[in-house]
Design a protein around this ligand. Structure first.
Ligand code: DGY
Length: 322
């Protein structure tokens, strides 16, 4: 008998075809995210789960999945999965790092350029019919990237890819991370390790690349904003809950920092009434770090491969060490 899998959303057609050939597939086609009650009901008898970074796969969900042996998430982040509960049940978890490193680093640079050179702000101004006088010496002036210090918080794959992109812009790069890089890699990347306080105080641009965990929950808060340079920018392409959003809005309003560019938020999607949408010195993106045609396809391939390998009792392409 074919194994049964639950997908909380459809993937690319090639992946759907392959999955439907191999398994009995239950696909959620309704409201996103899949309502918890429905998830608890549908997951009860499946062997495998394909989920997304917004699906909350907590202890209750895992406990109710009597036959579950593999979770394959279409994301590099796995903070939405209760790892302890998975470990207790010996459930293996596949995820999609590496393939989205470049796309996410590219978006980070796009956000840095955008907020510092006020591109989206200018776009809004033109569309609103407010560009009335040409080329004033002080009109819409932004900040140069060259000569500025980029502070990278978290130097995993994506943090390193951002560092590599910063050099051609003539930026000075410092970083802080739980684990320090080897001297050799620091030299290759042209980055300098600093303590957390120094990172916050010395960065002209602070870019977040740590995973979301209990120790990074709202670690960027009012204390941190007060330590930052007044002309500094905050960039977040990691997870929204790493930043205390109320404190961020206050810091932006009071010009404690100069601006922010954000791809992730405490609760997503945010609506037009969110206070961040009212601020000119903010660039907002709808969680598109990995969203290029090529990258999203590769993520689908890895999600598929992880599930098939996992359900076949083989080593996954990328698995979380639980
Ligand atoms: C991930 O994969 O965790 C990202 O947030 C998606 O862009």
């Amino acid at each position: 008998m074919k194994k049964k899998i639950l997908m909380t959303r459809r993937l690319h057609d090639f992946a759907m075809k392959e999955l439907q050939k191999r398994y009995q597939v239950v696909v959620h086609d309704g409201k996103i995210p899949m309502p918890k009650k429905l998830l608890l009901q549908k997951i009860a008898d499946v062997d495998g789960l394909v989920c997304f970074p917004y699906d909350v796969i907590d202890g209750e969900v895992i406990e109710s999945a009597r036959n579950l042996t593999v979770i394959s998430t279409y994301s590099v982040g796995y903070d939405h999965i209760d790892l302890q509960a998975a470990r207790r049940r010996k459930i293996r978890i596949g995820y999609t790092p590496s393939v989205l490193t470049d796309a996410t680093a590219d978006l980070t640079v796009a956000l840095i350029l955008d907020v510092m050179r006020r591109v989206t702000e200018g776009d809004r101004l033109i569309r609103a019919g407010r560009w009335s006088v040409i080329f004033g010496p002080h009109d819409y002036v932004g900040s140069d990237l060259h000569g500025k210090t980029l502070g990278i918080f978290g130097i995993g794959r994506i943090g390193q890819a951002v560092a590599r992109r910063a050099a051609p812009f003539g930026m000075n790069v410092i970083y802080h991370s739980r684990t320090r890089l080897s001297k050799k890699i620091e030299i290759q990347l042209g980055v300098k390790y600093v303590g957390f306080g120094e990172l916050i105080r010395d960065s002209d641009i602070l870019s977040i690349h740590v995973p979301y965990r209990s120790d990074t929950h709202e670690i960027i808060d009012k204390k941190v904003f007060r330590m930052m340079k007044r002309g500094a920018f905050l960039i977040n392409t990691a997870r929204g809950k790493i930043v205390n959003e109320v404190d961020l809005v206050r810091a932006l309003k009071s010009k404690t920092i100069a601006g922010a560019a954000l791809d992730v938020f405490g609760s997503e999607p945010i609506g037009r009434d969110h206070p961040l949408t009212k601020m000119e010195n903010v660039v907002l993106a709808p969680h598109i770090g990995s969203s290029s045609e090529e990258t999203r396809r590769k993520m689908a391939e890895i999600t598929l491969d992880n599930l098939v390998l996992g359900l076949g009792g083989k080593k996954m392409v990328y698995s979380v060490d639980v």
